[in-house]
Design a protein around this ligand. Structure first.
Ligand code: GLN
Length: 284
């Protein structure tokens, strides 16, 4: 049988020579082998001269073949790191992106120094990455996670149990349809890609749920509704925080302004690109 070194080299070469546009074929091959052998990447690197047995080799090659079909590495391993925590993921939820950590940090900036009895709604929660990361940082938060997808909420509840060690409140709801109550913060990473961006991703073999990405002609279909309806679910002075694409932030800030929000801010992500828009509900 092959050595670990040869096996990783083979996986990397298969990924490089496929139509898949992975920027990181070596890392993908490494992560998939460490997942197959159930050992850390560090241990794997230290085991280069060892030989791999046939069963592990076969299941590794199977996982490489899935990756060639554009399955995100996280769907194959079933997990993704976000905000220093390990989230379960499957093909019913979007894989949490590092960009969305900006959304979590923006909420923490508002919450810091405030009493931790704050109530938060994480709308379009998916895997729950945003809400659960916030509650992990501030355990006293009163958190409600909502999503239109029942299957996504199952993933969210599983994450809550494994990360927070408790059950959180979830609500199956098309945006605000089934939501009741008033919140200090409404935070959301809704679908915001344009129809063209989404169909381009589908053509390239997108395996993530289009329902989590597709936001209409200009990508703002859901964001417009959220801005209009959120004020009915925010306490006076409560904050709405929305993630979007870089080129949507100015337009979203304008919509928030015309809907009566105040203290509107555009917040940049780690790569200095506009990523989050926040605003406070004014008095009505
Ligand atoms: N940032 C995601 C992407 O570019 C889109 C997330 C979303 O639509 N909420 O794939």
């Amino acid at each position: 049988m092959k050595t670990i070194r040869e096996t990783i080299a083979e996986g990397t070469a298969v990924l490089q020579n496929s139509d898949l546009s992975s920027d990181t074929p070596f890392l993908d091959a490494l992560v998939l082998l460490s997942h197959t052998l159930e050992i850390s990447k560090e241990k794997l690197l230290a085991s280069y001269p060892d030989r791999i047995d046939k069963n592990h080799y076969d299941s590794y090659i199977l996982s490489i073949k899935k990756r060639v079909l554009n399955y995100p590495v996280s769907y194959i391993t079933g997990k993704k790191e976000f905000f220093g925590l390990t989230f379960h993921v499957n093909d019913k939820v979007l894989v949490p992106r590092p960009d969305s950590e900006t959304l979590v940090e923006s909420a923490l900036d508002i919450l810091n120094g405030s009493p931790d009895k704050f109530s938060i709604l994480d709308l379009c929660t998916g895997s729950g990455a945003i809400g659960i990361s916030l509650k992990h940082s501030i355990p006293g938060l009163d958190l409600l996670c909502s999503d239109i997808s029942k299957e996504a909420l199952e993933v969210c509840r599983k994450n809550s149990k494994s990360i927070l060690g408790l059950e959180i409140q979830t609500c199956e709801s098309n945006l605000f349809d089934k939501i009741t109550g008033e919140f200090d913060i409404i935070i959301t990473n809704p679908p915001y890609l344009t129809d063209i961006e989404t169909s381009d991703m589908i053509t390239k073999g997108l395996q993530e749920p289009p329902i989590a990405l597709k936001g209409g002609k200009d990508g703002l279909d859901y964001i417009r509704i959220i801005i209009m309806e959120a004020s009915g679910f925010l306490k006076e002075g409560g904050a709405l925080l929305i993630e979007s694409s870089i080129d949507q932030t100015e337009r979203i800030a304008e919509i928030m302004f015309s809907e009566g929000y105040c203290s509107i801010k555009i917040i940049k992500d780690l790569t200095e690109r506009n990523r989050v828009i926040s605003g406070l509900r004014g008095s009505q």
